[in-house]
Ligand binder design. Sequence first.
Ligand code: DAH
Length: 347
Amino acid sequence: MMNISEIEKYINEAQDFLPENEESLEQFRIRFLGKKGIIQDFFRHFKEVPPDQKREVGQKINQLKQLVQERIATLQKSLGKSQRLHQYADLTLSGDPFDTGGRHPLSIVRNEIISIFSRIGFVVSEGPEIEDDIHVFSKLNFPPDHPARDMQDTFFIEKDPERHTQNDVLLRTHTSSVQVRVMEKQKPPIRTISPGRVFRNEAISARAHCIFHQIEGLFIDKNVSFAQLKQTLYYFAREFFGQDINVRFRPSYFPFTEPSAEMDITCLLCGGKGCNVCKYTGWLEILGCGMVDPNVLSFNGIDSEKYTGFAFGMGIERIAMLKYQINDLRLFFENDLRFLEQFSQDY
Ligand code: DAH
């Protein structure tokens, strides 16, 4: 005889049921929902239920039916998952290798340059990207209104309305500003390199960008000579580009060095024979340099009678383009994975 507690017993059983596999789940389904199953049986005997209980018993049977259907649906899903695991998981296999990423080519080149100079005693120093006129121009011997200030197109943040340029706030146009920062804090001997980001108000093209990177070098001591400058940069060129590389120095002009020079290296593409990359000269320009102007020393509290120094500055993008033969500067900033992945083996 069918009664409420009997139905409830089945409800509890269905709730607790956990199949071992799909087969036992199917047996469960047949036992409850099959033509000769428990639920059909309840319905078949429904007419024997006394009228005053029909409502309650009917509801209970429907509750059982719904529960069993829901149980089967969820159990089917989770069985499917774990069965897939059984099929495919070979727990003796070693783990999936995961992508570790790689360094950006500019970081690789910067680190290599730092490493080369640190081997001969240069230490890294850094300065702010938002600078003032004093550190970027004035104390580097750019006189006010001197046309040399126009050599670099500056992004100004604040410009003094009275045209007292010394109050201007700006984004640094070169890492030479770090020279001033170091001299403010340190007495000679000074031997430092300063990597960093610089900003110029220039149209973006394959050869120019408004943001790029430089490395600055500064060496101040007693009796520092131009011969030492040449030898230091020759050492750098050979370490970075290979022992066969040659260098040459051409006279140039920078407000903060006197005399000033630009250094060329043998064209990496044609080996000096002449090609369209070196414009048939056989040489490629890679940096500016010179003996620190005595004005710069005395502006920064260093006795220019006692001390001399040399300085140099190079663009990291330019060096990286030469090293990897990259012909468009914009690639460094677009972060296209197809480009970056080519450097993942380097460090
Ligand atoms: N600051 C120069 C530039 O941005 C590069 C430079 C040239 C730095 C000569 C120096 C130097 O320290 O001596 O073009």
